[in-house]
Design a protein around this ligand. Structure first.
Ligand code: SAM
Length: 277
């Protein structure tokens, strides 16, 4: 079956009497070359189990199907599900679930296969929480290729001391390695978004690269540090460490005058260890 084009997308939307919803981040991919490029970058093998979040009307689903993988497509918008069903037909290699990626029980959704890839053109407005949720609650998703707003992708993959480095970069680095592997212009979508997109490849670590008594507590510190990223850590961490912030930082081997963006994951972990009761 040919991949979706601007003409076929228009025809499908008309035929099913649906309009793209801005609130649900519906920008449909209308370029088969980009769909195939995304699938290539995902490095899939025939027979892989692939979770696609937000399949929309199937632009990427059709390209995934060409590679002989099994696709589990999770779409929130119940109006789009019949369109997606019409596009993929009764293909046993594609199963469609209607549900919210931020709410659904991922353990149950992914229970019938031991290992998953996630390949998704994510809705811009919830891309970050969806990726965090997969990292935190779907350990069998071992590799992801996601399309997100460019700035969001850069934050996910940012290295310490770079402008884009922030709390999300530390979160991603705890669970995975991440790399921006491409960019995608607005012109290939219908309707065209106002922003550029990035393709981010994430590879889950076999084990987190640092050992801390409480991961949650480490991220409380990370968030506090970046919430006031222009301030010294001594100042920024006062909110959670009180007047002992400078001493705690020093005990962790960190200069209290340093700023959050200069701390790598190892240093955040050292701080979380000192700070543990
Ligand atoms: N994959 C399709 C494509 O490439 O054309 C559609 C991508 S569109 C950017 C994002 C899709 O995610 C939309 O179909 C939207 O309805 C769906 N979506 C939005 N929020 C969602 C959520 N919380 N859970 C699952 N799907 C969601």
């Amino acid at each position: 079956m040919p991949l979706l084009t601007p003409g076929s997308i228009n025809a499908l939307l008309r035929e099913h009497d649906v309009r793209p919803s801005r609130a649900l981040g519906q920008n449909f991919l209308a370029d088969g070359n980009t769909a195939r490029r995304i699938v290539r970058l995902a490095r899939l093998e025939p027979g892989d189990d692939v979770l696609e979040i937000g399949p929309g009307i199937g632009s990427l689903t059709l390209a995934l199907r060409e590679t002989g993988v099994h696709v589990r497509a999770l779409e929130l918008d119940r109006h789009l599900v019949p369109v997606l069903r019409a596009v993929v037909g009764d293909d046993p290699m594609v199963d469609i679930t209607q549900g919210d990626a931020l709410e659904i029980d991922l353990g149950a959704l992914l229970a019938d296969a031991p290992s998953w890839r996630a390949v998704s053109n994510l809705p811009y407005n919830v891309a970050t929480p969806v990726v965090v949720r997969l990292l935190e609650h779907a350990p069998t998703v071992t590799r992801m290729l996601v399309m997100v707003q460019r700035e969001v992708g850069e934050r996910m993959a940012a290295a310490v001391n770079s402008e884009a480095y922030g709390a999300m970069s530390v979160k991603v680095a705890y669970y995975a390695t991440a790399k921006v592997v491409g960019t995608v212009p607005p012109t290939v979508f219908m309707p065209a978004p106002k922003v550029e997109s990035a393709l981010v490849a994430l590879e889950r670590r076999s084990a987190p690269s640092v050992d801390v008594p409480s991961v949650d507590r480490m991220f409380v510190l990370v968030r506090a540090g970046f919430a006031q990223r222009r301030k010294t850590l001594r100042q920024a961490l006062k909110a959670v460490l009180g007047d002992g912030a400078a001493d705690t930082l020093t005990a962790a081997g960190i200069d209290p005058r340093a700023r959050a963006e200069t701390l790598g994951l190892d240093e955040w972990a050292a701080l979380a260890r000192v700070e543990a009761p």
